[in-house]
Design a binder for this molecule. Structure first.
Ligand code: SF4
Length: 380
């Protein structure tokens, strides 16, 4: 077994019962024959991976629960054998689509060691859900959360999307309040992005006025920050809110630039300073494994300023921000010196704040996070 523990293992399960018009993830409509062949390829990829301890395992998609719970339990047994827990706090998450949850799934997941559930809700307003192409009802979400609780799954997260076509402030508040009322421990909120090649891109091109402008999007984001913090959630990252003790270890590992191994089609890895992404072509992925060949992947090694900029960008997304002395210890430079001019400009603009050795986004900075954090990545 490899010495150093992996921060995380991400497993991509790419099949969905239906395809949502805004989605640009690596995903395919569920066909039983493809799903079985893919799972066999994934088993082989796990068997061929170096055995290492892992701090977290994340089953994402796609729709992981498009697979039967027995298949998920078997997959987890294989993962646990190859990637044993690094410590007693190992987090094992599964993403679920609420309308694909079957009776008994949650007990099976909990028995297999899953201790965190991420529910793809997107909106608690059913007309918004339909516009997003989602087919679940609020009753499906409630049943899913109730089953998970009864099974003993300790952390439940919901994903919500704002800046939807036609969405008003009151509509967004309704969704946030429904999430709070459900008693979940974690909430991820994302502004809708129009991704190239999706049906939403064509919809947007034909009627951009139906979508939220930047001002409305910023107001909706501020509403999320206020509403969730009043309800006792800590905003521990730009898009992520958790009750105390329920921050996602999986997410936190990305932001601290920790190592992770991605398994499956399109999955990204970050190992020993190299970032790589497996092919996004389903056939190519399965055929390579079936031939006993390595999965085709794009590789990139971040060096010098590019590596430092990436680390700054990731750390600034979090509530604790950049700890300059910890950064110096890990990367060998003092960011307050290297980026002095950029930091001074952003502090003056009111988007960054500094206290002693810490550098953080201000509230205004969180509204402009992509620009502020992105600036460190593009510096040369
Ligand atoms: S269920 Fe999720 S992964 Fe599947 S199409 Fe919809 S948004 Fe994409």
């Amino acid at each position: 077994m490899g010495d150093a523990a992996l921060g995380g293992v991400y497993v991509h399960l790419p099949f969905c019962p239906y395809i949502c018009p805004y989605c640009d993830f690596a995903k395919w409509p569920l066909r039983r024959s493809d799903a079985a062949r893919y799972l066999a390829a994934l088993h082989r990829e796990i068997d061929l991976s170096e055995s290492r301890r892992a701090e977290n395992i994340f089953l994402g998609g796609g729709t992981p629960n498009a697979y039967e719970s027995a298949q998920i339990v078997d997959l987890l047994a294989r993962l646990n054998e190859r990637f044993p827990a690094a410590d007693a706090q190992q987090e094992i998450t599964i993403e679920v689509n609420p309308d694909a949850v079957r009776p008994g799934d949650m007990e099976a997941y909990a028995r297999a060691g899953i201790n965190r559930l991420s529910v793809g809700v997107q909106s608690f307003r059913e007309e918004e859900s339909r516009a997003l192409g989602r087919r679940h009802s609020n009753a499906d979400v409630e049943r899913c959360v109730r089953d998970a609780r009864a099974a003993g799954i300790r952390s439940i997260s919901v994903d919500l999307i704002f800046a939807l076509p036609g969405q008003r402030e009151a509509d967004w508040i309704e969704s946030l309040d429904a999430a709070i009322a459900l008693g979940v421990e974690h909430c991820s909120t994302y502004g809708l992005t129009i991704e190239p090649g999706t049906r939403f891109e064509r919809l947007y091109a034909g009627a951009p006025e139906r979508f939220a402008d930047e001002d409305l999007e910023a107001r909706l984001y501020e509403i999320a920050m206020d509403r969730l913090s009043e309800a006792g959630f800590e905003q521990y990252e730009i898009s992520n809110f958790a009750r105390p003790g329920h921050r996602s270890r999986h997410n936190a590992n990305y932001w601290k630039n920790g190592s992770y191994l991605g398994l499956g089609v399109g999955a990204a890895s970050y190992l020993e300073g190299e970032r790589s992404t497996a092919t996004r072509l389903l056939g190519e992925y399965m055929e390579a494994i079936e031939r006993g060949e390595p999965v085709p992947r794009e590789r990139e090694r971040l060096e010098g300023l590019a590596r430092l900029g990436e680390a700054m960008m990731l750390a600034l997304r979090t509530a604790q921000g950049v700890d300059a002395s910890a950064f110096n210890q890990r990367y060998g430079i003092d960011p307050l010196v290297t980026y002095a001019a950029t930091i001074a400009g952003f502090i003056e603009a009111g988007v960054l704040e500094r206290s002693d050795e810490h550098l953080r986004l201000t509230r205004r900075g969180r509204l402009l996070a992509n620009i502020v954090c992105g600036a460190f990545v593009t510096l040369e």
